[in-house]
Design a protein around this ligand. Sequence first.
Ligand SMILES: [Zn+2]
Length: 90
Amino acid sequence: MSCGKPHEIDCAEILQEVYLFLDLECSDERRAAIQHHLDECPGCLREYGIEQEVRAIVQRCCGGDRAPDALRERLRAKIAALGVAALEAG
Ligand SMILES: [Zn+2]
C-alpha cells in the first residue's frame, strides 16, 4: 500500500505503527516522524482517520478496553464502507 510518493518512512511501516501512535506507545521522536508522514501522505492519513474512528467506537462500547482484533477488523471494514466520504469531507 502506497500513495506512490517517496517518504522517509515506508507507508506499510506507518500503517503498522498507527496503533502505537494512537495509543501513545511510541517515542515522541517516532510520533513526530509518523505525524510528518501523515501530513504529506493522504493515503495513510485516511487510514489514520479510520483508526481514530475505530478507537472512539471501541472506547464507547468497551469502556476504554482494547477491542479484540476481530472486532477491530469488523469496525474498520464497516467504517471504510460508510465513512470514507465523510472523512474526506471533514
Ligand atoms: Zn504513507
